[in-house]
Design a protein around this ligand. Sequence first.
Ligand code: HEM
Length: 554
Amino acid sequence: MLLVLCFLFVCLLLALIKISNKLWWSPTRLQHLMRLRGIKGPSYRFIHGSTKEILTMQKEAMARPMPCLSHDIFPKLQPHIHYWTNLYGKNFLQWDGPQAQLVITEAELIKEVLNDRDGVYSKGKGKAFFKKLLGDGLVISQGEKWAKVRKLANHAFHAESLKRMIPAMIEGVESMLERWKHLEGKEIEVYEEFRFLMSEVISRTAFGSSYLEGKNIFEMLMKLALLASRNFYEQTFPVISTVFKTEDQIESERLEKRLRESIVGLIKKREEKVVISGEEDNFGSDFLGLLVKARHDVNENQRFSVDDVVDECKTFYFTGQETTNSLLAWTVLLLAIHTEWQEEARKEVNNLLGKQNPKPDDLIQLKTVSLIINESLRLYPPVVSMSRKVEREVRLGELNLPANMSLFISNLAVHHDPQIWGEDVHLFKPERFSPGVFKATKNNIAAFVPFGFGPRNCVGSNFAIMQAKIALAMILQRYTVTLSPAYVHSPVQKNPCLKILGDGVSMSRVGENAQTRYSCLLVGSLKCAIEIVLRKRDLLLSGGSSASPGEFTR
Ligand code: HEM
């Protein structure tokens, strides 16, 4: 009996030592070491690290009204980074619970990290909720699995494949504009309109199915995204969280299961079609077709499992939609504010296209529209941060980093850095991207990284830009965009997609996927042009974030 008691006592003691080491000794030792190496930051707090301070600062920043229509959104969206970089320098150490996290806002170091090809900086494991959202898909996967999926994605988004997607993109915009005709004089939510548009376009281009078929999948993904966003800073303890599940955990597991069933249904349909038609190997030329084909690859190493296909479907639905509608929504808002640029863009579109829809070769000639899109991506990047994990001890610039440290890259900070862009950094000036004027990225390519950089850059960037150009051109041909007097400018980083990309999503963690939200009002028709008035709404940024329509008030 005594022996058993002694044994239990020793076990308890060992467990206590392990826990205090993880939650106290290790973080404080590391903090001391990093300070000796010149990396400062907020002091570690037991269990919570910096998360409480971050949440408090975010809450306060949200409650503070923004100067009227100001594009200075960095202090609003990442107030802790804004504050701590001023206090501790461009790179500093913060704590994600007991996990040390180096925040990097220096373009030179960002380039070095994102350009890694030796596996020193990995995507890390990703938070449990994000795993549910994206599985082990392209955004999160590593090593051979990533290489296999990336090869397929590169093929799917190759220039020639993209050209084939243009009719579906145009069709999507046409049906949106058709809907707008009936909304004349009524208020519409622009963000919702673009979300609907992207759902439809991705369904058609990547999955060949109609929006209605994919609607269920989108809705479930959005609900999961919201749960991920809500729980982003929650600390979980593996054993405890498998026994005691929160309501959000239970709900996210249920959603994950239903999502899988829906996507497996789509896969089965394709496979059955091939059996019925007898056309061996012809699973379709869209992204889903390529994935299902990869499920039957003769080379075992290249073969996809059902779960691989499910994860990639979720990844592309999610990463493609939230980000591109965020880009479209912010760009339309910027055009509504800066009407001189709206006129310039319209002139270019009308000169080039007249009343015709854009053709593949037209898109490259939309130079003013390109400048506007770039400036929109700089000021309101749909993904505001990215994350990595240090796999082994490494020297980054002048800094020596230990293994297992996580890295938080704020591209938002770089895009709003006056040392890079000049004192007019917060002004909307698309001309800064004109060839000859554009100096920022000549000094450092990582000064402008809305789509990331290096081997893990955005595989869908050309898709997004193409879709944005088509939608903007077709809107400008028909409508004048003006800002509603009721509009309230309040960008919010709410969407976990951004944490996912941004953090591992991008949706690496595009965290709360910062999405833009506002509504717009179609008021009256001016011959062929209808005035669109953007009405009051909170404008959500995605840096990975999104909000529910319930958050909008009139
Ligand atoms: C304006 C639109 C978009 C923006 C701003 C954006 C941004 C980003 C960023 C910053 C990354 C890098 C994340 C990191 O390094 O951790 C990324 C990766 C990724 N994006 Fe996008 N994205 C956009 C559109 C799209 C679209 C349309 C798709 C697909 C249909 C897509 C699919 C992906 C995927 C799969 C990755 C992960 C690539 C990898 O790790 O190999 N994105 N995106």
